[in-house]
Design a binder for this molecule. Structure first.
Ligand code: 4AD
Ligand code: MG
Length: 431
């Protein structure tokens, strides 16, 4: 008997096949048992009729509970009324294990209850859809860069110094060499890669000891960071808009089924096509003022500010030229105005806020030395980074896209905790 997956049933109509999976739901109607089987690729109704299977098998199916593991044999039938379009007429059911009192039932559960059982919660159709879309986004990200001549250059996770400010560092002892920190961003190493290979990206886990309990913050998240030699801020923005268009359009094409499970209204996603609107920080501040928000020029935007700004647009908006004071030490200043950094943030619409942060990098050795002192960073730890400005320094730029925030936006979720298999947050490290 050929073992097939639910997603492939359309190729096996009229054939006898084997399915392996778990009971999603089971109910009886007289002499018929309806067993919904899920196998990770989909759900199909298996019809177990008295007389069509042995007496013993029929009795055993009565004991089936949610999440019991089973192997069934039967014939595939096209059934237009069935959710997936097919049903299985069973000839045999093998029970591997009867699951006793599976804690997650079809009724409503509180989110903490579910989060405590994340290892089981992953089996629900919603979570399966999210994880599948996450996977497709990761693949789209890789395909985008790989198809444009970028080389993947992995950045280390254990690092000797901060990259994005010292307030969110996770610290650990590192043998006899003192303190090490979990990386906040792979960027500094990607810069070395860009000066070696031209166009590179790194893509891996990053860490922030964020004290925030918002729907946008995780303490461990994935970031993809392209970095390109000889790019300026403008080139960076063009790359960012082309990148976002590619990801969103690819997911719309590949994941219609999953987006339907999530009841995602895709109208705003369809709009994600270049050119994306570009506004300066000053113009963003004007928007806030017009909306009656008390905002002082020079501050960074908070979550609510970002929501208000992004709500003025029906697609992601690129905000550039931020006050240098609120941005990282490595950002190049605007040659026309030293108070401004050649920075770029992309805010996602529908209130999702910042998904991309990036900039043109400071390429002058003197200016960078000055910044490192200004930010009270240990110069020794950055000597290797300063070498990039000593030996063939060139203009260069890049950005980082937060994977979980992107998944949250594309899936239309309320919180980033559902975008990652096992979320790490200020108040959660289990399961
Ligand atoms: O804006 P950030 O801090 O930029 C950097 O780290 C740069 N070094 C990137 C670069 O230029 N190569 O972070 C980039 C993105 C944010 O826009 C956001 O999407 C995500 O990373 N991010 C977080 N996602 C989830 N939880 C957190 N605590 C996050 N902090 C940042
Ligand atoms: Mg940022």
């Amino acid at each position: 008997m050929k073992w097939v997956y639910v997603s492939d049933l359309s190729h096996h109509v009229g054939e006898a096949v084997e399915l392996r999976g778990w009971v999603y739901n089971a109910r009886s109607s007289g002499k018929i048992r309806f067993v919904l089987l899920r196998d990770g690729t989909g759900v199909v109704q298996c019809v177990v009729a008295k007389g069509q299977v042995s007496e013993d098998v029929f009795e055993k199916t009565i004991t089936l509970t949610q999440e019991s593991s089973i192997i069934v044999h039967g014939t595939v039938r096209k059934e237009d009324r069935a959710p997936g379009g097919y049903e299985l007429d069973c000839k045999d059911v093998k029970v591997l294990q009867v699951a006793h009192e599976y804690p997650i039932t079809p009724k409503e559960h509180g989110v903490e209850f579910l989060a405590d059982r994340r290892h089981l919660w992953l089996r629900s159709s919603r979570q399966v859809a999210i994880l599948r879309i996450r996977h497709r986004i990761v693949k789209a990200i890789r395909d985008f860069f790989d198809g444009r001549g970028f080389t993947l250059v992995d950045s280390p996770i254990l690092t000797p110094a901060a990259c994005e400010g010292t307030s969110t560092l996770f610290e650990t002892e590192y043998f006899d060499l003192g303190k090490a920190y979990l990386t906040q961003s792979g960027q500094l190493y990607a810069e070395a890669g860009a000066l070696a290979l031209g166009k590179v990206y790194c893509f891996g886990p990053t860490f922030r000891a964020e004290k925030s309990k918002t729907r946008r913050h995780l303490s461990e998240f994935w970031m993809v960071e392209p970095e390109v030699a000889f790019y300026d801020l403008n080139d960076n923005m063009e790359l960012a808009e082309e990148f976002l268009e590619y990801i969103v359009q690819t997911v719309l094409k590949s994941s219609a089924q999953e987006l339907k499970v999530l009841e995602r209204d895709t109208r705003f996603l369809e709009n994600v096509q270049k050119p994306l609107p570009r506004i300066t920080y000053d113009e963003a501040v004007e928007i806030l003022k017009k909306k009656g928000i008390d905002f002082e020029w020079g501050n960074d935007f908070g979550g609510t500010d970002e929501t208000v700004i992004s709500e003025q647009f029906d697609r992601p908006v690129m905000v550039h030229h931020y006050p240098a004071k609120v941005k990282a030490f490595y950002m190049k200043r605007d040659p026309q105005n030293d108070n401004l950094a050649l920075a770029l943030d992309v805010l996602a619409p529908e209130g999702y806020g910042e998904i991309i942060g990036g900039s043109q990098r400071e390429d002058s050795l003197d200016a960078l030395l000055h910044r490192i002192r200004e930010h009270n960073l240990p110069q020794e730890a950055f000597e290797w980074y300063l070498d990039l400005r000593r030996f063939g320094s060139v203009p260069h730029a890049g950005f980082g896209l937060g994977l979980e925030r992107t998944v949250s936006w594309i899936c239309g979720l309320d919180h980033v905790r559902e975008t990652v298999p096992f979320p790490r947050m200020i108040y959660r490290i289990t399961p």
